[in-house]
Design a protein around this ligand. Sequence first.
Ligand code: F6R
Length: 611
Amino acid sequence: MCGIVGYAGKERCVEVLMEGLGQLEYRGYDSAGLALHREGRIEQIREVGRLDNLARVLAGRNGELSQVRTGLGHTRWATHGRPSEENAHPHLGGAGGVAVVHNGIIENFSELKEELEARGVVFRSETDTEVMAHMIAERVEAGETLRRALAGVLQRLEGSFAVAAVSVDEPGKVVAARHQSPLVVGLGQGENFLASAVQALLGETHQFLVVENGEIVEIAASSVGVFTTSGEPVEREAFEVDWDAEAVELGGYEDYMLKEIHEQPAALGATLLDRLDSGGVVDLSEVEIDLSEIDRVVIVACGTAYHAGLLGKHAIEKLARIPVEVVIASEYRYADPFGDDHTLVVAISQSGETTDTLAAVQAARSFGARVLAVTNTRGSLITREADAVLITKAGLEICVASTKTFVAQVAVLDLLALALASIRRAIPERELREFGRGLRLAPEKVEETLGILGNRVEQVVGIFEDARCSLFLGRGISYPMALEGALKLKEISYLPSEGYPAGEMKHGPIALVDEHCPVIAVLGEGLIREKTLSNVEETLARGASVIAIAREGDKGAERMAHVVLPVPEAPEILAPFICSVPLQLLAYHVAKNRGLDVDKPRNLAKSVTVE
Ligand code: F6R
């Protein structure tokens, strides 16, 4: 996805912009550029491809650019117009006195472009962004300040966007605004920053301000102002982000995905800390919603977060005996949903910026539901739309494929299940505490799983070498795990993979099964295990290679499967956490064996902020 960085302050502008863009690289992009306020003009420097290409050009001009104090940087993920230098941001407006960078989509850009062309404006790119550059420039050329010009232009824009601009007439200033697309201000000493995500600025500051929809922000070396579109100043408190810059280092791991898989014990530990005591008693007093009034739960989310939601349903229904629906956010928003203020809508989003999940939240609000956001990102858009927030404290996740945030989401939903159960007295207190004490073991059991697996997963990837597709099977709580395993594998190794309830296999997917379709069975325990084993038998009879994820020492699994990826004995509530590890490692090693970039799968970005 596109990335924005803005800077006003000292003579280190180019360095800060490039460093910030570097921290957003993992989100994916196909060109990059800067607009620098220099010697009484705005200079635009843009390159197609990796940020390194831009860095090489800048390195050749180090001397001249070391004086620059104000500028904008952007990484572009092509939407309107192919990846090319002309389409790369920043875009200049009018005679070149204004430069603009933009994330998102201007939906009415064709209409605006026609109006500008009718007035004689000549376009230099195929982008929707360029209309904004010209519209702002027209107003600035007519004598308006940059801030006023941007405010005026905002009234005409439809769509979702974050935009930042500089003007030759106002050296030392950057103005910006947003509508449904993220933008934060970073606060410094004698310098200030703007970015589309806090990660871009963690090397510079931990103090941030949010910018709300429709507000205009103006930064200079020693001031930051937030204003309404009519120019009224707005008071805004800073918030602190406790992620450190080291989170963006690999720390000895080959890739972020592997690093983040190994960070899961810490992610779980931090997420459970202070919320679950040693006696298994949960404290979710931070949730500012009266949970005693809730009689129905709807979970909305996308992708991996949706799978966490399916696991949350199991936990809430089992422990609290409240009916739970789990709906993919992009379906929910268009499904004319209904309910009332006794409905708790739990919106799960690692980034807190996913457009469909945000729209689902708005749909829920329209009928008066109480909205609880589960997110990993403080200050993200979803935290501002919800009535209450539960932060998953997984730390910064850089790899596009979610791993540690998934387990942290499941942990938060388990906590919610315990809290609801305790309020409703749905099951005896003694049993609840036992579940709570079991949940507390999550960090150590995940650590143990990593230890038991060692390099076993790496050794089984040969099974996938002639694979045409793969089938993940599970029942009950193992079914969402099968879905998640299949999503991870297809997402990073590009091998078509299906996740299915094991009992449903014979109703179609069995047609896929042969020696070129490995089957991965998440066995689970008890009756579910027995039933899944008999489904696995059917796949063996059709020549499939079978990998079973089973408790260590499970003789039945060892007899039947070609390979067992063992997980430790653990309380039932921990099954999703410990089974995640072999599934994630399997996806990781299959992709590595295929020579792929696991951190940045093709066509995908870390957060889907445009529909
Ligand atoms: C898969 C993955 C995606 C995200 C989905 C939702 O590994 O990462 O499926 O889970 O795009 O993203 P968030 O949680 O940021 O709303």
